[in-house]
Design a protein around this ligand. Structure first.
Ligand code: UT7
Length: 328
């Protein structure tokens, strides 16, 4: 039997209207446009401010966009995976809420939580379902309302993150396109450097956990930075080398945590700036949504047969890179 590969056949996205600029942030905390641009590379980020709206609502809009672009009907979907660390609720899974709001009734749905590596891990997972031959239309969503767990009095974290959602459709092919290789890794030693301490089974919410501000993202920036630079470049380089990809042609779709991390990956791979997809300046770090948002924005520039290396590093620590041959 011919080997089945999982190809991306469409990309959709949603970004909230509200633009939080560095100027506005510098009126909230002791920071400046110069510092944020120089140290992180973010000019502005989108924030979902509408009351009663959550991650699933952004995911729904991204999938609607995907459906209208690909002509997909809700009843055709076999599986929906949502990568997120900001689910609407602890349970049920946000993917179930997205499926319900869209009338996706013939699919099973689950969430995948792996921080900023969420989309890469979900892409790897979704590809296995398609490659099995059993699932023909798999929707993969990366959606985050990061603003729901950011402390807007903490200048070390509040400039970094933004809200948004992206979605891709995965379908089978027997041609040599789609998800073709991957290198993944995790190291739980990273938990102490990047986490949200309370709200889980370790520290269920109490007045004390709220008073101690344990329901917000905690990050030791420098420790995370050092790991991110090394691990993201290591896996991206491994994927390029072992598949003999041409460094002068390959696209890089890196997770958008810090422009300096992205530039370090670019230098290690020896690729030109034009080959690297970047949107951090406009959207900040949207965690599991950064990579589908990149693919959505670059979709028009991509050609059938283009090689793309998607790579990410995030909480866990977790990291990974995937070789994707663009199929349309
Ligand atoms: O997506 C998940 C993975 N996350 C990442 O990959 C993030 C990796 N880390 C980073 O991107 C960077 O470490 C940060 C952007 C978080 C921080 O940048 P940094 O260059 O590592 O700054 P720092 O934490 O070493 O702080 C340098 C100085 C400190 O002041 P002192 O102690 O030298 O006086 C901070 O207090 O900058 C200060 N600082 C700020 N100043 C103005 C920290 N945040 C700000 C701010 N505005 N927003």
């Amino acid at each position: 039997m011919e080997k089945i590969h999982a190809i991306i056949t469409g990309v959709g996205a949603y970004l909230p209207d509200y633009v939080l600029t560095n100027e506005e942030l510098s009126r909230m905390v002791d920071t400046s446009d110069e510092w944020i641009m120089e140290r992180i590379g973010i000019k502005e980020r989108r924030i979902q401010r509408e009351r009663g709206k959550a991650t699933s609502d952004m995911g729904v809009e991204a999938v609607r966009d995907l459906f209208s672009k690909t002509g997909t009907k809700p009843e055709e979907v076999d599986l929906l995976i949502c990568a997120t660390v900001t689910p609407d609720m602890r349970f049920p899974a946000t993917s179930c809420l997205i499926a319900d709001k869209l009338g996706i009734r013939n699919a099973f749905a689950f969430d995948l939580s792996s921080g900023c590596s969420g989309f890469v891990y979900a892409l790897s997972t979704a590809a296995r379902y398609v490659e099995s031959g059993r699932y023909k239309k798999v929707v993969l969503v990366g959606a985050e309302k990061m603003s729901s767990m950011i402390d807007y009095t903490d200048r070390a974290t509040c400039p970094i993150f933004g809200d948004g959602a992206g979605a891709v459709l995965l379908e089978p092919t027997t041609e040599e396109y789609g998800v073709l290789d991957e290198v993944m890794g995790t190291d739980g030693c990273g938990a102490k450097h990047l986490h949200m301490k309370a709200g889980g089974s370790l520290f269920p919410p109490t007045h004390e956990t709220v008073d101690k501000r344990w329901h917000y993202v905690y990050q030791e920036g420098q420790a995370v930075f050092k790991w991110a630079v090394v691990k993201m470049a290591d896996v991206a380089e491994a994927v390029v080398k072992r598949n003999n990809l041409d460094p002068s042609k390959v696209w890089i779709a890196p997770h958008q945590a810090n422009l300096r991390i992205i530039n370090a990956v670019q230098r290690r791979l020896g690729v030109s700036a034009e080959q690297v997809m970047i949107n951090i300046d406009r959207y900040g770090n949207t965690t599991a949504a950064t990579i589908p948002l990149l693919l959505w924005e670059w979709e028009k520039k991509l050609k059938k047969g283009d090689d793309i290396v998607v790579c990410a590093f995030g909480a866990g620590f977790s990291w990974g890179a995937i070789w994707l041959k663009w199929a349309y």
